[in-house]
Design a protein around this ligand. Structure first.
Ligand SMILES: NC(=O)c1ccc[n+]([C@@H]2O[C@H](COP(=O)([O-])OP(=O)(O)OC[C@H]3O[C@@H](n4cnc5c(N)ncnc54)[C@H](O)[C@@H]3O)[C@@H](O)[C@H]2O)c1
Length: 285
């Protein structure tokens, strides 16, 4: 019998995590704040599975079976009988802490508790989870159904059994893992986010157009996407939040978010997920 999973947040990442869980046979509850956000998140999952069918990666029967395993809800209490709870809400320390305080009230004793945070130190969330020994980071990559890696993060209090259980769970989803200590940004984003910010700084300084910056890294360094395109894909708001965490924690100017990134977020240009970032996706299918 596969563990029952609860995912909190059904944005870019939550929807992807839910999709891989239900496709791997896990009964899964997903919780959003409002019915509107929940409907949008579930549509994201449905659209992604439809694309998988069109590409021949999934049959209609498998999709229907996966869909039958999903329970969308706005009720946090529905997480009460989950074996694993994964938090994938906005990259905001205070919001995550408040949510974990609420999850701790409803979560089953002994359940595995994980955050998908990109950068926030686990030790700043662990005290709110109700069980710091059973808490760890499961940092999935975007898009979750496609990307092979999950970065496991071991909190200061996470036990060996917790980390082993988290690893076995994501390996069961077909993922490969790396293990990081509880340090801001772990491995992936300490490397990735300064690179993305440097791309914005080049643009800000007028060194090259966004198209040429992206083309340069694609054709010159064999990256599947250039930094500006990748920023749109990750989400400008999420990247800004990660850069702020890294800059705040390390105090090193190399992590400081470029003013242009901040201006874009303030103006509502969050990237592909909202139709506009550095590029315009409003006409795209
Ligand atoms: N975007 C990426 O490429 C990426 C990659 C790896 C990890 N992450 C991390 O995953 C997390 C989510 O990022 P995202 O890109 O999916 O963001 P997103 O903005 O696409 O989605 C966040 C979702 O969380 C929901 N939410 C906020 N508070 C909530 C609550 N209390 N209960 C339920 N839902 C709530 C929002 O309504 C929104 O739908 C962040 O911690 C981010 O750092 C993001």
């Amino acid at each position: 019998m596969k563990q029952k999973v609860g995912v909190v947040g059904c944005g870019l990442m939550g929807a992807g995590i839910v999709e891989v869980c239900i496709r791997s046979g896990h009964p899964t509850v997903v919780r959003e704040v409002t019915q509107d956000f929940l409907d949008r998140g579930v549509k994201r999952i449905d659209d992604s599975m439809e694309r998988a069918i069109q590409r021949g990666k999934l049959t209609q029967g498998e999709r229907d079976a996966a869909r039958a395993r999903l329970t969308p809800t706005t009720d946090l209490g529905a997480l009460g009988d989950c074996d694993i709870v994964i938090e994938a809400i906005t990259e905001d320390r205070a919001a995550k802490a408040e949510l974990w305080r609420a999850i701790a009230q409803v979560a089953r004793k002994g359940s595995l508790r994980a955050t998908n945070t990109s950068s926030i130190p686990l030790s700043s969330l662990a005290p709110y989870t109700g069980d710091p020994e059973r808490f760890m980071g499961l940092h999935f990559m975007n898009p979750v159904p496609v990307m092979k890696l999950v970065e496991l993060v071991r909190g200061i209090e996470s036990t060996d059994a917790t980390v082993a259980e988290g690893r076995a769970f994501v390996e069961g989803l077909g993922k490969t893992t790396i293990l990081a200590k509880d340090t801001p940004g772990f491995v992936i984003n300490v490397l990735l986010v300064p690179y993305l910010c440097e791309g914005v700084r080049l643009l800000e300084a007028g060194v090259a157009t966004k198209e040429d910056i992206d083309q340069g890294m694609k054709l010159g360094c064999n990256m599947p996407m250039g930094p500006i395109e990748l920023l749109d894909f990750v989400g400008l708001d999420t990247t800004l939040a990660i850069a702020e965490v890294l800059h705040g924690e390390f105090g090193d100017p190399k992590y400081a978010p470029p003013p242009l990134l901040r201006r874009m977020v303030e103006s509502g240009f969050m990237g592909k997920k909202c139709g506009r970032g550095f590029y315009d996706y409003r006409g795209a299918k």
